[in-house]
Structures are given as structure tokens and as C-alpha cells.
Write a protein that binds this ligand. Sequence first.
Ligand SMILES: NC(=O)c1ccc[n+]([C@@H]2O[C@H](COP(=O)([O-])OP(=O)(O)OC[C@H]3O[C@@H](n4cnc5c(N)ncnc54)[C@H](OP(=O)(O)O)[C@@H]3O)[C@@H](O)[C@H]2O)c1
Length: 324
Amino acid sequence: MKAIEVRNPGQGYTLVVAEIATPKPGPGEVLIRNTAAGLNRADLAQAMGGYPPPPGAPATLGMESSGEIAEVGPGVTAYRAGDKVCALMGGGGYAEYALASEKCLLPIPKGLGVAEAAALPEVHFTVWTNLMDTARLKPGESVLIHGGTSGIGTAAIQLCVARGHKVFSTAASEEKCAAIRALGGHAINYKEQDFVQVVKDATGGRGVDVTLDMVGGDYIQRNMSAAAIWGRIVNIAYQAGMQASVNFGPMLMKRLSLLATTLRARSNDEKGVIRDALLREVWPLIDAGTIRPIVDHTYPLAEAAEAHKRMAGSGHIGKLLLTM
Ligand SMILES: NC(=O)c1ccc[n+]([C@@H]2O[C@H](COP(=O)([O-])OP(=O)(O)OC[C@H]3O[C@@H](n4cnc5c(N)ncnc54)[C@H](OP(=O)(O)O)[C@@H]3O)[C@@H](O)[C@H]2O)c1
């Protein structure tokens, strides 16, 4: 089968189409004939040599795909060949075929094409578990989402708006802010405005209950300033830096929680619990058209390098996809 391989991992990496063996599904796994695969920022980090796949995952890139089940492994009874699914996987998504655990499969929502559904798994697994399990977001609470036009951000804004939360969200340009407003969020152009001040002004000085952050660096301190009493701040990345000089006083005075998680290295059992929550709470909202995948651009598999260039430049709004 054709798959994308990384050559010269590091700053100057290249992506090439290689011919590799089609994998065989093991116990509890299915083999998906991919229609599309989603890009994720972590794929760029992996290609640069900084984010190896978890043990047992293929070395080739790609953490999500959609398509039709070609073969089921031993013990799989809930799915069969021909079922159309989208899936989260530890690696190997940028290929004609990919393996996924049956615990990480979701159906194609009503009204969506199979390819579009490749935009859903990684963002919804991540957003749900971080906002609901980690930050324990409660009805009526307000939320601050940094990187509002990232794949993650566009999913998080829609989920929070659909569940009735007041949403503040940051982005780097007016075009990106317009996209945030179109999704129902209160946009903050961080190049021109101080998000702490905007949040304070809009909440009568109270601050936000939950912050979903992928920036880190100096945002670590500023998120504490923007937080309400009993606020929870959850980091899913530290794109602006993992180190900061921080005054922890606000943690004590405002009774804050500072949290951080990654999804990829978790067990399939743990991911299966998140999958079940998505089926129950999020997929009905996608079926109803309340939440939709925001797709910036779709590229043929052979143009994976172009897709990576677009993501590295941060000009995109929403997800980038590869089609087989
Ligand atoms: N922990 C986990 O389990 C987990 C799971 C999935 C994703 N993530 C992380 O979540 C983030 C979003 O993922 P994604 O795939 O949705 O990414 P993406 O679409 O490429 O979006 C990343 C966005 O971050 C914003 N950004 C802010 N500060 C930045 C900086 N210093 N450098 C680069 N970009 C910056 C950019 O928007 P502006 O132009 O508006 O600044 C950019 O569009 C990534 O960092 C990813 O690694 C973590």
C-alpha cells in the first residue's frame, strides 16, 4: 500500500510516498481502507523528530482517518467489513490502509461525507476529555479557548457554544477572529488586545471558569490572571514554551487548578471510555448539524508535504485533510 514516510527527520524533513506492507489487524483491531486522514500539529513535531509515536504504533505519520472497514481482527464482533467509520489511532493514518482499535472507532455522522469525518476523531477526543474529564466544566460556566481557529479550537468553541457556555477565544488576525465569531465565540485578536483585560471587562472583573490552552509560555501567568475563583486551566500544548517564571500567588488566592494532559499515549481502554462519551454526548450534536467539521483544505495523499507547509504557516482555519 502507499503510505507517507518521513525522510531526514528534523527541521528540513521531507515527506515521500512509499510502498509498504499492508498491516494485518490483530486481536481487537480493524483494518480501515482509508478515504481520508486528518493532519494534526503533533504530526509536524513527529516529522521534526521531537514527538515519537507511542510503543507499538506504526512509525508512519497520522493519528486519525476515515473510510471503510476492510478486515476485522480476532475477537471483533461489533464491526464488520464494509462498515464506514472514522477512527483515532496511535500512528499510520497517512496511508491507503490503517489499523485502529475497535475501542477508538466512531460512526460517520448523519449528513457528513466519509472524507469530512476524518476531521473529527482527534479534536473531539481531545476537547471532550480535557474540558469535561480534566477541567470538570459545569453547566453555565464560562470558557477561554486559546488558538480558536486551530482544529482543536474550532471543535472546542462549537462544543461549548452548543452546551450553552459563554466562550472567549483568541486568534492572531481579524480573518481568524471573524471565523471564531461565526462559530459563536467572543473573539479576541491577541495581536491587538490583551486577553486578560478583555475577559475581565466582559465578566465584570470575575474572570473565566475554565481555560483550554495550547500556547503556554507567558500565557501560563496570564491565564491565572484571567481565571475566576476556583478556575481550572488545562494545557494541551506549550507552543510558546514549556518554561516560564511564574508567580503562583493567584493559585492560592483564587483556589485555581493548573492541569495538563496528552491523549496519544493513553491505553485503548482509556480512549474507549472517551469514545463512549463522544457517542453519547457529541455525535448526536454532529448528527443534528449543531457541530460540524471545519475543513480548511483537502490535499491528495501525495501532496502531504504541501499540507504540512500550510499547517506550519498557521494560515489555516480548522482542519487539513489528505484524501487517498
Ligand atoms: N495534549 C493533547 O493530547 C493534544 C491533542 C491534540 C492536539 N494537541 C495540541 O493542540 C494544539 C492544536 O492542535 P491542532 O492540530 O488543532 O493545531 P493547529 O490547527 O495547527 O493550530 C495551532 C494553532 O495554534 C496557534 N498558536 C498560538 N501560539 C502559537 C505559537 N507560538 N506557535 C504556533 N502556533 C501558535 C495558531 O493560531 P494563531 O495563528 O491564531 O496564533 C495555530 O493555528 C497543538 O499544539 C497540538 O499539539 C494536544
